[in-house]
Ligand binder design. Structure first.
Ligand SMILES: C[S@@+](CC[C@H](N)C(=O)[O-])C[C@H]1O[C@@H](n2cnc3c(N)ncnc32)[C@H](O)[C@@H]1O
Length: 164
C-alpha cells in the first residue's frame, strides 16, 4: 500500500494489522510522520512500514508502485491536482482510492465560504475545492473502473480497480 498524505498513519496501521505485506506513507508535515512512526512502533508494525516526509510530487521518483494507492482527504489540500493525480494513478497496480469533499452544491458553498475565511484571516492552511466530477473522469480515463462509492454529509469515498 502507498498512502499519499498519510497524516498520522492510522489507515496504514489498519491495513498492516489486517495482513498487508508493507505500507509506505508520505506526508509533507514532519510532525504527522513522527506521530505515524511512533504509533506504528508502539503497535509492532514498524518493520513493515516506511514513512517519508515531503511533497509527494517532488519525491515521486522514490515512490514505488503499490497494489493499493490511497489519497484520503488530500486532493483538497493541493492547489493544482493534475500532477498529483497522474503520478498516484501511475503507481496504483490494482486499486486506487480517494476521499474528496462531496461533490454537492451545498458542500461546495460551505467550502467556498471556508476558503474565503481562511484567506481573509491570513491562515497558512489553504484548502481547495476542485471540480470533483472532472477528477472522477480523469481517474476513469486512466483505465480505472469505480467499484465502490459512499459518502457522509461532507466527504465522498471512491474505490477504483485498474481495468487495463
Ligand atoms: C486532511 S489531512 C488527511 C490526513 C489523512 N489522510 C487522514 O485522512 O487522516 C491531509 C494531509 O495531506 C498532507 N498533504 C497535503 N498535500 C500533500 C502532498 N503534496 N504530499 C504529501 N502530503 C500532502 C497534509 O500534510 C495532511 O497531513
Amino acid at each position: 500500500m502507498l498512502e499519499i498524505g498519510c497524516g498520522t498513519g492510522e489507515l496504514q496501521r489498519r491495513v498492516l494489522a489486517a495482513g498487508a505485506g508493507s505500507a509506505v506513507g508520505i506526508d509533507v508535515a514532519a510532525g504527522m510522520i513522527e506521530r505515524a512512526r511512533t504509533a506504528a512502533d508502539r503497535e509492532g508494525l514498524l518493520e513493515r512500514a516506511t514513512f517519508l516526509v515531503g511533497d509527494a510530487v517532488e519525491r515521486a521518483a522514490e515512490l514505488q508502485p503499490a497494489a493499493l494507492v490511497v489519497l484520503d482527504k488530500v486532493l483538497c489540500c493541493y492547489p493544482e491536482i493534475d500532477h498529483l493525480l497522474a503520478m498516484s494513478l501511475q503507481r496504483a497496480q490494482r486499486l486506487y482510492s480517494v476521499v474528496v469533499p462531496r461533490p454537492h452544491w451545498l458542500v461546495a458553498a460551505v467550502w467556498k465560504v471556508a476558503i474565503a475565511v481562511f484567506r481573509l484571516l491570513g491562515s497558512t492552511f489553504h484548502p481547495f475545492y476542485h471540480d470533483w466530477h472532472r477528477t472522477a473522469a480523469s481517474i476513469s480515463a486512466a483505465g480505472f473502473r469505480r467499484i465502490f462509492a459512499a459518502h457522509t454529509l461532507a466527504w465522498e469515498a471512491w474505490i477504483y480497480r485498474r481495468s487495463n
